[in-house]
Design a protein around this ligand. Structure first.
Ligand SMILES: Nc1ncnc2c1ncn2[C@@H]1O[C@H](COP(=O)(O)OP(=O)(O)O)[C@@H](O)[C@H]1O
Ligand SMILES: [Mg+2]
Length: 240
């Protein structure tokens, strides 16, 4: 469960996130969509404690990320939009580091690592430095690093970018599996057809404000045949 209460973050005159109120229940894949510059990454940085809001409260499983950052950070795994912090580590060293950080037992780590290196076809790259990886490979090792401690909440910023179709498919399966086990997935995207098929609920953000939230059927209202793309264009262009 993730809650935002009146969360605001400005950069100079830009309200990157503007009085956001949002509640995402357990067991859901939540897609956060919006045009470039809408405030998706800022929202995610706020919820992961990378930056602090000007006002408002964010709770992860009831834990305030600002008041109790260590405890809150144990609840989630995070896949950022760019992965360039650990370039000198090999994939395996990075996974060991993440496993150590989260206190994952060696046995669990081994089972996890073997399964996902195989699934993501990273076995041969595991002992190479991450700086030599393709964007898709970096994305996949970041996904592994985020899941190694079996977090309750899984947060991803534009996770489909740079992935080949097969990896997108695998990632979507993992996201579904995560939610079906009663846990929560929050991801941002501008790839609407992915969101349409994957999400239990969708939030639409524009100029830092949440302008719509609900299931696709709810967002459609009475109009049964409109696609998410049509809805999105309608919502985002309204008042422009
Ligand atoms: N560190 C920053 N300094 C100044 N402005 C920022 C910073 N980060 C984001 N912004 C601004 O905040 C707005 C939202 O950006 P962002 O959250 O990155 O949007 P999105 O991820 O939806 O593309 C944009 O207008 C962006 O220029
Ligand atoms: Mg972004």
């Amino acid at each position: 469960m993730i809650t935002f209460e009146n969360v605001t973050k400005s950069y100079g005159n830009t309200k990157a996130v503007d009085h956001m109120n949002l509640e995402i229940p357990d067991g859901e894949v939540f897609g956060f969509i919006g045009p470039n510059g809408a405030g998706k990454t800022t929202t995610i940085r706020l919820m992961t404690g990378i930056i602090q809001p000007d006002e408002g409260v964010i709770k992860l499983n009831g834990i305030d990320i600002r008041k109790d950052p260590m405890e809150a950070k144990r609840t989630f795994g995070f896949v950022p939009d760019t992965f360039d912090m650990y370039e000198r580590l090999t994939g395996m060293e990075y996974l060991r580091f993440m496993g150590d950080m989260y206190g994952v037992s060696l046995e669990k780590r081994k089972v996890f690592t073997e399964k996902y290196l195989e699934l993501f076809e990273l076995k041969n790259a595991a002992d190479q430095q991450i700086r030599g990886y393709s964007r898709g490979m970096k994305q996949k090792i970041a996904i592994m690093g985020a899941l190694i401690h079996e977090p309750s909440i899984w947060i991803l910023d534009e996770p489909m970018v740079g992935l080949d179709p097969q990896s997108v498919y695998l990632l979507k399966e993992e996201m579904r599996r995560h939610s079906e086990s009663g846990r929560t997935v929050f991801f941002s995207t501008h790839v609407l057809d992915v969101a349409e098929r994957l999400c239990d609920e969708i939030g639409v953000i524009k100029h830092g404000s949440l302008i719509a939230k609900g299931t696709l059927a709810e967002l459609r209202g009475g109009e049964k045949n409109s696609t998410l793309e049509e809805l999105f264009m309608e919502l985002v262009e309204k008042g422009e």
